[in-house]
Design a protein around this ligand. Structure first.
Ligand code: G4P
Length: 282
């Protein structure tokens, strides 16, 4: 596969994030709930180091809720505070402030003891492209954008978005890149739209989609493409051919592949999670 992970991009992103980290109390790490491993930056621990962090499993509305519960528990067991989130919904983002306070409880108590006046929590959003960083910022900040570029040491022009009196967010999120040397990770990221699919062959992607859905979501696949139980035992290319015929595309497998990918992205195959908790040990 020809996808490259550019070390130059990574170094620049890393520098930019490290600069901003100095000004915040907490980092919100956004992950795609459908890909709780593949949509993380593998060097994040190194970059964020000891800075308190809240993991947000975003797009929970699109993910398989059973898997999301398992992943939430997994991150908790690893010692990370975590929330499942739908950045598009105001109700869901409201949980972020109490969760942040909990993460910073010790610091807040220490400040209180020292007589330091409580101030808004300062945070930055971090994540790979398309994971919902801008959506979260917009929903958190509403229309109340504070023009406060003058925090000590903050780059001139750096804006903070204010959410009530309790939270301030750096207006530009930190963008990190996923690492997709593993072909399966690349396919998962392309299927969910995190990376461009012109980097991969459409039929490879569609076959992978069929493989995952026939293993983990056979009912959803059967229902959408009017398949029988027996159809799911076919070899994957045969299954693609069958779906192509059923949709009237005959032997235009490229068109059938495109349709499969598009319908997955449009949510027509229902909710799904491609990073499987039960395969973690592999
Ligand atoms: P980024 O800043 O991290 O690059 O991501 P951005 O907020 O631009 O979000 C990327 C896409 O993901 C957007 O869709 C956005 O609406 C969608 N999205 C973000 N959070 C959620 C969520 O919690 N649930 C769902 N279902 N979708 C979410 P888009 O198709 O690019 O744009 P649009 O449909 O909003 O116009």
């Amino acid at each position: 596969m020809s996808i490259q992970w550019f070390p130059g991009h990574m170094a620049k992103a890393r520098r930019e994030v490290s600069e901003k980290l100095k000004f915040v109390d907490i980092v919100f790490e956004l992950i795609d709930a459908r890909l709780p491993l593949s949509s993380r930056n593998p060097m994040l621990d190194q970059i964020v180091q000891q800075k308190p962090r809240l993991i947000l499993l975003n797009k929970a509305d699109l993910a398989d809720p059973n898997q999301t519960n398992l992943w939430v528990n997994y991150f908790r067991e690893q010692g990370y505070p975590v929330l499942a989130l739908t950045a598009k919904s105001d109700k869901s983002v409201k949980q972020i402030i109490p969760a942040s306070k909990k993460v910073l409880a010790e610091k807040i108590a220490r400040d209180n003891e020292r007589g330091i006046k409580p101030r808004a929590i300062r945070a930055m959003v971090l994540g790979i492209p398309n994971v919902g960083k801008s959506t979260l910022l917009n929903h958190l900040a509403g229309k109340k954008v504070a023009s406060t570029g003058n925090r000590p040491g903050v780059t001139k022009g750096q804006q903070w978005l204010r959410f009530g009196s309790q939270l301030e967010l750096l207006d530009t999120p930190g963008i990190l890149w996923p690492k997709f040397e593993d072909p399966a990770v690349g396919k998962k990221l392309a299927l969910t739209g995190a990376i461009k699919d012109d980097l991969l062959h459409l039929d490879d992607l569609a076959l992978y989609e069929l493989e995952m859905f026939s293993r983990f979501y056979p009912e959803q696949l059967k229902e959408r493409y009017k398949l029988t139980e027996d159809d799911l035992f076919k070899e994957l290319p045969e299954l693609l051919m069958l779906i192509s015929e059923k949709r009237g595309f005959r032997d235009d497998y490229e068109r059938a592949s495109e349709m499969l990918i598009l319908e997955l992205r449009q949510g027509k195959l229902g909710r799904y999670t491609l990073d499987r908790f039960e395969e973690l040990s592999e």
